[in-house]
Each structure stands twice: as C-alpha cells, then as structure tokens.
Design a binder for this molecule. Structure first.
Ligand SMILES: Cc1cc2nc3c(=O)[nH]c(=O)nc-3n(C[C@H](O)[C@H](O)[C@H](O)COP(=O)(O)O)c2cc1C
Ligand SMILES: [Mn+2]
Length: 522
C-alpha cells in the first residue's frame, strides 16, 4: 500500500531540520461524515483503519508536524516532552533519525486537538467530557463483540527478519526521559498472549525496554491480565509465546491500554466498536494473532526462569518509583515490519500529559459504566482527572435519591475494576457540578464537605510499585498496597434543602449575559 505521507518530506540526515507542516492531504469524505457521528445516533464511521491512514486524516486537520534529523539519544524525547503537555500541541512525526534506516519513523502525541475526536470517530466540536460520554453511549453501552478474522497475508509481513537479522536496535527508539535506564521501544504498544488454561487472547499495554538486539524486557504490575497469563505459564514451567505490537491503529492501542474486563479479547472489542472484525495474520512462530496492518511486531517466547534488570523508566505518576528490578524478557525469534515503519511512541510524562488525556477520555467512560452496572442509580457524570493520570483523582456526580446514595457511589467508583488500581481520592458531588472542571470539583469539595465527617478511608487497596508513596519498608516487603480517601462532597442528604443556595446566575441569566456582553471575552 502506498504511504499517503511519503512524498516531499525528506530532509538530509544530520542536522535537525525545522519542523514542517505536512502538505495538505486529499479530500476524504469520511472525515466529514464523522462530523455527524454521535449526533444522529448512528454508529460512527472511522476515518482510518491503520496508523498511516490515521496520520493522513490528522494531517487533513492540520495537526501533524514533521521533524527530520532529531537524535534518538536525546532530541526526540526532549521534543516529545515539550509538545505533550498541552492539548493544543501537534502530533509530531520524527523521520531521518541519525543511525537508523531511511524511512523509519516515530510518531508521538497522537491524542490531542481535533484529532482526538477523529480518532474515536466523533465530531471535532465535542469537548472531552462529551467525547467520553459519546464513546460510552455509542460503543460501550451496547457493544457486540466481533471476533477477529484471520487473513492469510498483510502489510505487516512486508519485511520478515529472523535468525541473525533480528535486531530491534535498528528502529528509531528514543531515550524518552533523561534518566531512563534504556531505550523504551514499547510505549504505544501492546503484548498479545493466550491464557494457557482458558485459551482466551489478551492484549495489554505494558512498557517494553530494549536489552540487546534480540532481547526486550517488559514490566507488568500484579493483577493485570498479561501478568495473570504470565504467572500461569510460570507456574506450569512453560515458555510463554508472546507477540508485541509496536505501532498500529490508534483505536486498537486505546483499547489495549484500557481496563477491559478479564477474559475479553481487546481485538474483539475493537471489532465490535468498528462494526467490522479486526483482520489478523497468524504469527509464524507462535500462531498468535497479529493485526494485519500493524507497523512493527516482535514475536518470540518468555522463559519463566529468565530475568534481566528493567528500568528505571519515567512513569505516569511523574516519578521513577519502581526503579530497577529483575523482570522477564522476550527472546525475539522474528521481527515483522511494514516498509517505512512507524513506531507509535506514547511515553508517560508528569501529568497532565498526552497519556492522561487519552486515559481520561477512555477511563471515565468505562468507569461510569462499571459504577452503573454495579447498580448505582442516577450517575450524572464521571471524570478521571488528567492531573492524576486518570487514576488518582476521580470526580463523580450524582442526583441524590436516598440517604447513603453518595457513599455507595464513592465506594464503588473507588473499588470497581476500572477505579481500583492505584487510586487515591474519589470526590462525590451533586449534579450541578461539572466534574470534569477541576476548579468546580474542588470548590464543591471545599464548600460541601466537612473533613471530620465526610471522608472515608480504605486501607490495603490495590496499588503498584509505581506508586511513589509506598514506603521503603513496604517496598522491601513487597507490600504494594495503598489507602484511599472517598470524599462525600454532596450536600448532606437529610438537610440538603437547607443548604445555602449558590450565588451563580441561573442558566437563563448566563445565556442573556453571553448574548449581550459575550464580546467582552473575545
Ligand atoms: C503508555 C502506557 C504504558 C503502560 N505501561 C504499563 C506497564 O509497564 N505495566 C503495567 O502493568 N501497565 C501499564 N500500563 C497500563 C495498562 O496498559 C492498563 O492497565 C491495561 O488495562 C492493561 O491491560 P490488561 O487490562 O489487559 O492487563 C500502561 C499504559 C499506558 C497507556
Ligand atoms: Mn485485558
């Protein structure tokens, strides 16, 4: 398949060329169709099937910049850090990376601006809460899983490297953060494994570091599905067949980094969301399913006995908390890649960052679904805040119906599958508060909660070595649990009618003010 961005972008290797905007792409009616999605209740049509088509569509929106000649040792990481913190930062494609084959690229910051709505198939006008809610109501509320479909060949097999040709260091893999212990090839990636007892396929995003040409290491926190698979192989003393997909369709990536239920194959969810099965080829070594249009794939085996030091890596909390530990490795038997492959780079930075943006949108919708499915009525909105990388600060608004309703909502949001891992604070508010607005959420907490009586603490909850607040003693003892605060910031139910009224203008007056004086803010 011809690369839509192939033309006119080469710059001499060596010096870093100034960033260029890509030439505008050709008209594509699918993007305009997407503008109507979510408005007419119809299933969205995605404007792309793979990373290249996605890139062409993001370019149509004017949000892709190309940088030639930046080094993997430092410059790509520096530049990626700089653009990732703001929603307005562009998607940046790094090409002509010194020391790497011509045509090999790294794509960063895919989730931001208008392109994030395009990625999920919705109109660019929706704000992030609307986007998350549209995602829930359009896909998750009534998703029909569509099993992946096997095809005999695909672009991923354009290049097949085995034996002495296996060399992961040839890809333009950056040192993402100054103090990282290695080159992290897997950030916008996912590991594919099969449950050795129950036989289902899991796809999960776990960081992947290069050890040498033929070996990469990966870290999976206890309790994650890939970890459960790994522990089962280990208990059986068997090699674990594994595929790592390093760059592919952004929608698939978003589902592999999300808390999809245990036992559910993320590929089938992607098929259900798209309304068409994901096409896969079988790995030639392990037989595991691989998206036929992925960019770069590693395939091999994980030996239960083998460990190598992994880390440190700049983590999503904004720290290097898990440091360096012996972790399992993948012995790579084959590398597959497309011509001019694109590595998808999604390194965590101190939040809020790109990772926080996509996690907030996807996790808020899944969390709301979890809470509702657990039987909590009248949930108005849920927002997993970017500043806590969509884990450590959750706001949930309800229309209070009965005494204890707010407590129920808070505890379930805190402990359901999507909310349980490495949470810290859950704030429950009334329906007049926009939970996605940090100022409003905190204002409600400050004015409607009473510290002595409104906060419940849970101890011994599911956390991770990545949690910077695990004490050195607990760390040494392997006690990776933490505590949670559930803050009831709803007007107390039994005297809610006596709560002082807020002094904000009514919606009608606000509308009038905007009509008459809106120009003052322009
Ligand atoms: C960029 C990125 C890197 C991640 N790295 C890890 C990791 O190294 N280890 C881990 O356990 N989870 C990591 N996660 C979180 C998991 O992807 C997430 O919990 C997901 O639900 C795991 O899939 P699973 O539910 O199938 O286990 C990462 C997420 C992102 C977005
Ligand atoms: Mn899973």
């Amino acid at each position: 398949m011809k690369d839509p961005l192939e033309d006119g972008m080469s710059t001499p290797v060596g010096a870093v060329a100034p960033a260029t905007a890509l030439t505008p792409g050709t008209e594509d009616p699918r993007v305009d169709l997407a503008q109507e999605n979510g408005r007419n209740g119809q299933r969205p049509q995605f404007a792309y099937r793979d990373l290249r088509e996605w890139m062409a569509q993001a370019n149509r929106l004017g949000e892709v910049r190309v940088v030639s000649g930046a080094s993997w040792q430092q410059e790509i990481g520096m530049a990626a850090e700089m653009v990732q913190h703001s929603d307005q930062g562009p998607c940046v494609v790094f090409e002509d990376v010194p020391g790497c084959p011509k045509g090999f690229r790294v794509l960063t910051n895919f989730f931001g601006g208008k392109r994030k709505n395009m990625t999920l198939g919705f109109p660019t006008g929706l704000n992030r809460l609307e986007l998350s809610e549209a995602f829930l109501s359009t896909y998750l509320a009534d998703v029909k899983m569509l099993p992946y479909r096997e095809v005999s060949d695909g672009p991923i097999f354009e290049n097949i490297l085995t034996g002495d040709d296996v060399d992961v260091t040839k890809f333009p893999v950056p040192i993402w953060h100054e103090r990282d212990g290695g080159r992290y090839i897997g950030t916008g990636s996912f590991n594919v494994t099969r449950d050795p007892e129950e036989n289902w396929i899991n796809c999960g995003t776990y960081r992947v570091m290069i050890h040498d040409k033929r070996t990469v290491g990966f870290y999976i926190s206890p309790g994650k599905h890939g970890r459960i698979h790994r522990d089962k192989y280990q208990a059986r003393g068997e090699l674990m067949p594994t595929v790592i997909v390093l760059g592919g369709d952004p929608l698939t990536f978003l589902m592999t980094q999300a808390e999809v239920p245990y036992g559910m194959c993320e590929y089938d969810l992607v098929g259900g969301i798209r309304g068409t099965p994901l096409e896969v080829v079988r790995g030639k070594i392990t037989g595991l399913p691989i998206p036929a249009n992925a960019e770069i794939v590693l395939e091999g085996f994980v030996d239960p006995q083998k460990r190598m030091n992994e880390g440190p890596f700049g983590e999503w909390t904004g720290y290097y908390a898990s440091d360096t530990r012996p972790e399992p490795v993948l012995d790579i038997k084959a590398i597959y890649h497309r011509n001019d492959p694109i590595l998808l780079g999604c390194p965590p930075q101190r939040p809020p960052d790109e990772l926080a943006r996509y996690r907030a949108v996807t996790r808020s919708s899944l969390l709301r679904q979890n809470v509702q499915k657990a039987g909590v009525p009248d949930v108005q909105a849920v927002w997993a805040h970017e500043v806590g990388t969509a884990r450590m600060l959750i706001g949930i608004s309800i229309k209070q119906r009965y005494p204890g309703h707010s407590k129920q909502a808070g505890h379930i949001a805190c402990q359901c599958h999507v909310g349980a891992y490495c949470g810290k604070y859950v704030i429950v508010v009334d329906e007049d508060i926009d939970v996605s607005n940090l100022d409003e959420l905190i204002w409600a907490m400050l004015t409607r909660s009473d510290p002595a009586t409104s906060i419940d603490i849970i101890t011994g909850a599911w956390s991770t070595p990545l949690d910077p607040r695990i004490s050195p003693e607990d760390r040494d003892a392997g006690n990776f649990t933490n505590s949670r605060a559930i803050i009831d910031a709803c007007r107390p139910f039994h005297w809610r009618d006596k709560f002082p009224p807020v002094n904000m203008p009514s919606p009608e007056v606000m509308k009038k003010a905007r009509e008459k004086f809106g120009y003052l803010l322009e």
